[in-house]
Design a protein around this ligand. Sequence first.
Ligand code: ATP
Ligand code: MG
Length: 415
Amino acid sequence: MKRPLAISETARNIVLTLQDAGYETYVVGGAVRDLLLDRTPKDFDISTAATPEEIRSVFGRRKARIIGKRFRLVHLYADDDIYEISTFRAPPAAGNDGDLITSDNVYGSANDDVWRRDFTMNALFYDPAKEEVLDLTGMGVDDINRKVVRAIGVPEVRFAEDPVRMLRALKMVAQFDFSLDDSTENALFASLPQLMLSSSSRLALELEKILKSNYCDRHFEVFHDYGLLPYFLPELSAVWGTPVQQAVCDLLYERCCRIDAGLYRNSVSLAIACAALPFVENALGNAPGELWEPGQPGSAGAISHAVDHIFRPQNLMVKMRESAYRILSLQPQLEQTDHPRRGEIMQQRAYAHARELLMIRHAKLPDAEVIAKIWPPGVERKNNHRERFPSKPRKPKFRKSGKKPESKWDKNGNE
Ligand code: ATP
Ligand code: MG
């Protein structure tokens, strides 16, 4: 189907370079889906007939790094960003009997590759040279138009192979307001407990992506509605329907509105702080919205307990939890409109995020504008972003054992 899509110039150049080197190559997955839905893609995943070694020889070792073990792919460093390039896969042997997939490195053709993807809407390929969308399952474009999430193949088998797909299906429901097709929905209901068989690192990674998204309150609501929440986030599930949960979702919703309005950026640690705040208030015997006093006995313990436990058993990165701790700890001080150490507080590392949480908390209160003037927006200390998207390739880190660390993109691997 001829359909020009506005992919990034860099993604286009990468695809064309591989095509010129003789390898069939496309932009794939979420970016094609998002562009067909008139949304801006977060990133551009690329798939090619070239093997990881061949990709590396096209772009050179300095720019192209082979990562992963159970799912090998290439990270290409281009224009201050990282592009993921995967090689077309053949369907995994385990796929037929529904075992958990532990290795997925048998290469195949584009036509093979499409059938091992999760949902029809995620299995579209885009060729920027021909400006064509390839719908090799024959259902992807229709399903996007009909707003349906449909598992490719037998849904029970696909969820058994990789239970994280259930989470991914519901993310599409939350994010795009899609519905599950009947057989995908029935299989999901029957497979929910299997989510706990998934590797904790992959679940933590999905949670991180959810917290970073603009719809995280909606994600939790959909997970609850479909019965997935107890298997994914039992602590949040346990308070569902109480004022604490309502306050969590209200704060996350307000945060998302402010991001949409361009008032602040997306941050995982701020999302953790929003979600943990009502738990801290509750633990200290306060109603949601009633903050604790500065230095109140037990408050430090309640904050660290909340940030550490709210998303258990998913283990978020320590530096994010530490940052959430600092954001929450500053709140009672920011409530003081004439704080004697105002200048000092504004110099603190957590100030920018903490001030944003203050604004979120006061968004519906009459004093929001006054507070905004007393505490001006902070200048963020940039370090996290640089760490995640280094402009230059860094040397791969090795564990003490000498083995390469597992790739976070180990899509079908399980520990
Ligand atoms: P996002 O906007 O969150 O990046 P995405 O669909 O691009 O959404 P990725 O994790 O970047 O998600 O994956 C890229 C593509 O890889 C998907 O669109 C899908 O085709 C395929 N994929 C990802 N995870 C799985 C999985 N667990 N099983 C099968 N295919 C998968
Ligand atoms: Mg993607």
